[in-house]
Every structure is written in C-alpha cells, then in structure tokens.
Design a protein around this ligand. Structure first.
Ligand code: GH3
Ligand code: MG
Ligand code: MG
Ligand code: MG
Length: 312
C-alpha cells in the first residue's frame, strides 16, 4: 500500500489503518517530493507485499515518525522545502533509542553527497534512477538487519521493560503450564489515553519521559511475577501467571487509579491516564495474537466508555 497524504485527517486515518495491518509486514517510509517517483515505487513495492508510507512533505514526514514506526526509511536528498539530510539528522537524533535503517537516494551521486550521508549515519546510498530489483534487494538487506538486531534484544531500550520477543517466549511457557497443570493466566493490553495530545502539547521528548515513567510505575506497582511488555509505541501488555480474570482486574484497577494520581514532572507537571482490556487465557491451543485481539476488543470498549478504566 502506498499512501500520499494531502491532509492531516487522511494522515491520521491511514495510521489507524496501518496499526491494524502492520502486524507482519515491514513498513517502509519513503520521503520524496517527487510524486511520480513515489507512484512508481508504489506499483513496484506493492508486489513484494511491503507497506510503503509515502510522504511528499519532509516536515510531515518528520512529524509522522512515531506514528508510522517504520522498519526502514528512504529519504531523497534533494527536496524543495528541506534537504533530505535534515530529515536524516532529525531521525538520528530523535530515535537514538531504536535502530531504524536509513537509505538516502539522490540523482546526484557526487562523492560529497555519498560521504555526507554515511557521516550522518545513513546505512546506504542509492543513486537515482536505479534498477528496481537492486533497490528492493538492498532495502531487503536493511530490513533483515533490523529484524536480526531486534531479535537479539529482549528488553525495550527506551522503557527497560520486556519487548515482543520476550512476550512470545513467556506466552509459550505459560501455555505449557496451562496444558500440563491446567493453570490459567491472564493477558491485559494497556494503552495510554490521548497520548497524541501529550506529544502535541509538550513534545516527543516529554512523551518519551511519560513512557519511561509509566513503565517504571508498572514495574514497581505490579506484582513480582507479572510480566510487563512494551508491545508497541504506547501500548503495553501484562501477563499475570496463575491468576483468574477477577484478580487480574483488581490489580489493573489499582494500577489504573494509581497512575492517574502519579504526576509527570518536567518543567511543570501533569498527569496521564491509561485504559486496559483483560482476558483470561483458558486454552493452550490458540495463538497469542487471538488473545491479544480479545483483550484489544475489551480495551476498545474501555476507550469508548470514557477511558481511564479497565474492561474484561
Ligand atoms: P487513545 O486514548 O484513543 O489511545 O488516544 P491516543 O492519542 O493515545 O491515540 P493513538 O493510540 O492513536 O496514538 C498514540 C500516539 O503515541 C501516536 C504517537 O504519536 C505516540 N507514540 C507512539 N510511540 C511513541 C514513542 O515512542 N514516543 C513518543 N513520544 N510518542 C509515541
Ligand atoms: Mg527530489
Ligand atoms: Mg495506541
Ligand atoms: Mg493511546
């Protein structure tokens, strides 16, 4: 899918769509003001089955990084409004915590451009026009590198709670206990409320701080055996071993009330809330994703009924 954004609303609705669909497909963010180039890449990359979020306006591209959460970013150097190096620099500064490969493209492959790309931290430089097969092969290498690096890690760098890989391992362990000893457990999905507003009002760095404080709050206040995972941007999953849904609900309700009272200190102070959905895992032969979807449906209800509470 390639999307060219013309207005904010369209941008937003596409992100909602993307967060549902991104599950197993790599997402390429393509920043280039040449829309005919974007359309050309659309046709080609759609066939491979990757998502391409195509943004012609570099400022919008910068604003969209956190929402798109791309697996690889391709940036044209020569653009009308901002040069591609500025976009690259922004990306390198803001996203120090994560590895997202960057590929610069340009019609002008003079040594100076190539050197500057590498010096600013780009992972590759590709001259336009290029052979599409070589282009996708080189992006494919970058995606593979990202996957390998992500898989080496069990802990999320920004928040220091567990990541998806650990979640999968822990889920497998708990379903084994379930099958062998009939020990059910619970899975909850938590999502910060109106978190976009925090970013808009205080900036992404304060947003990151909220994520860090939320994680350490959960670590401190949840029970010792509960596993806390950062599942995506501002979404977290908690596994509650040997716990029925009523008890998990009680813990979550306590966390919810506690966090609403916690104040985030930066230059001023403000508070932030979260909503959650929880399910009891009662059968060992359904995949993790199905339980997450069920918990997500409960979360959705919590969001639709005023936020700042838990649904089961
Ligand atoms: P809702 O109550 O419906 O969940 O509202 P929301 O604003 O939280 O909605 P949504 O889930 O669509 O937006 C989440 C936002 O979280 C989008 C993105 O800008 C931000 N975000 C995601 N990851 C990060 C991150 O690592 N750091 C920061 N600062 N923001 C992030
Ligand atoms: Mg250009
Ligand atoms: Mg969310
Ligand atoms: Mg949210």
């Amino acid at each position: 899918i390639v999307m060219c954004y013309t207005n904010e609303e369209e941008l937003f609705s596409t992100f909602v769509q993307l967060s549902i669909q991104r599950e197993d497909k790599p997402v390429i963010l393509l920043v280039d003001d040449d829309t005919s180039f974007l359309m050309y890449i659309k046709e080609q990359i759609e066939q491979i089955g990757w998502y391409v979020v195509a943004i012609a306006n570099p400022q919008k591209a910068i604003m969209s990084f956190y929402d798109v959460r791309p697996d690889c970013v391709v940036i044209d150097i020569h653009m009308q409004e901002t040069d591609g190096f500025k976009v690259l620099q922004f990306l390198k500064e803001k996203l120090k915590q994560q590895f997202i490969p960057t590929v610069m493209v340009s019609i002008d492959d003079k040594k100076e451009n190539r050197m500057k790309s590498y010096e600013l931290g780009a992972d590759d430089f590709i001259k336009k026009p290029f052979d599409i097969d070589e282009f996708t092969a080189r992006l494919g290498r970058q995606l593979h590198r990202k996957q390998q690096i992500d898989e080496l890690l069990l802990v999320d760098e920004l928040t220091q709670v567990y990541n998806r890989k650990y979640l999968k391992q822990e889920y497998d362990k708990l379903t084994n206990y379930l099958i062998r000893y009939n020990e059910t457990f619970c899975l909850a999905v938590l999502d910060l409320d109106k978190f976009k507003n925090v970013n808009d009002k205080y900036g992404h760095l304060v947003g990151d701080l909220v994520l860090q404080q939320f994680s350490s709050f959960l670590n401190k206040e949840a029970r010792l055996n509960d596993t806390i995972v950062r599942y995506g941007g501002e979404e977290f999953i908690i596994l509650f071993p040997k716990t029925n849904v009523e008890d998990a609900y009680k813990v979550l309700d306590r966390l919810c009330k506690g966090f609403a009272e916690h104040s985030i200190e930066h230059n001023g102070s403000f508070s932030c809330t979260f909503s959650g959905g929880v399910v009891e895992v009662t059968s060992g032969d359904r995949p993790l994703n199905e339980w997450i979807e069920l918990a997500d449906a409960a979360l959705y209800e919590a969001k639709n009924s005023g936020r700042n509470h838990i649904k089961m």
